[in-house]
Design a binder for this molecule. Structure first.
Ligand code: GRF
Length: 214
């Protein structure tokens, strides 16, 4: 069974969705960059080993990443999962976990990389927004896309309402991405794109705005 380490910094709702998805993996540990992360308590309640590598106790990004890497490698994970991990990782760290490091981002990449995605989506007036699970490369939010979920932007949406609609989808697609990884079904093609092997494809369109049929 493949083993997984999850990195968090705060709330940990994606981590919780992964822990509760009954995936065919061993969750070896949850590691937080923030000792006050709410997700640490949730992980403990699920009987998962937890650890803290406090970013405030390190003078440089390199020193923090070196300690984090040592802690992670003690668990020898097959997959490293960023779940609301709020530190930018050094290229050396990312290269060390190449092909086994994934992230969830709250937009339909490549649109709205970086922070503040929901406010920016509302400001741009996009009609469809969503989330993306992707492999991590040294280029922030630019790694090969595994799976995306789209939601409509609806009249009256605030940043909070839209974030909640997107988060519900994050909790579905991120465990799914891990399941596919564990099943060995994700292939990185020479063109840099990910292909899901043995996919039973369905084609469904999301139209937004849309109205009920007359
Ligand atoms: C999520 O919106 C995720 O997409 C982003 O950070 C947030 C983390 O939330 N990377 P949580 O800690 O998983 O609840």
């Amino acid at each position: 069974m493949k083993s997984v380490v999850i990195l968090i910094s705060g709330r940990g709702s994606n981590m919780q969705a992964i822990l509760e998805a009954k995936l065919p993996v061993k969750i070896a540990a949850v590691i937080s960059s923030n000792p006050a992360a709410h997700g640490l308590e949730t992980a403990r309640q699920h009987g998962v080993s937890v650890a803290v590598v406090n970013h405030r106790e390190h003078d440089s990004r390199e020193a923090f990443d070196a300690e984090l890497m040592a802690k992670i490698d003690g668990f020898a994970p097959d997959l490293l999962v960023l779940a609301g991990f709020m530190r930018i990782l050094t290229p050396g760290f990312v290269r060390h976990y190449a092909g086994r490091l994934i992230n969830i981002h709250p937009s339909l990449l490549p649109a709205f990389s970086g922070l503040g995605t929901h406010a920016r989506a509302l400001a741009e007036g996009v009609k469809i927004h969503g989330c993306t699970a992707h492999f991590v490369t040294p280029d922030l939010d630019k790694g090969p896309i595994i799976v995306q979920a789209a939601v409509p932007v609806l009249p009256g949406d605030t940043e909070e309402i839209l974030a909640a609609r997107v988060l519900e989808q994050e909790h579905l697609i991120y465990p799914q991405a891990i399941r596919w990884f564990a099943e060995g079904r994700l292939s990185l093609m020479p063109n840099g794109c990910v292909v899901l092997q043995n996919q039973q494809a369905v084609a469904a369109a999301l139209v937004s705005p849309s109205e009920p049929p007359q």
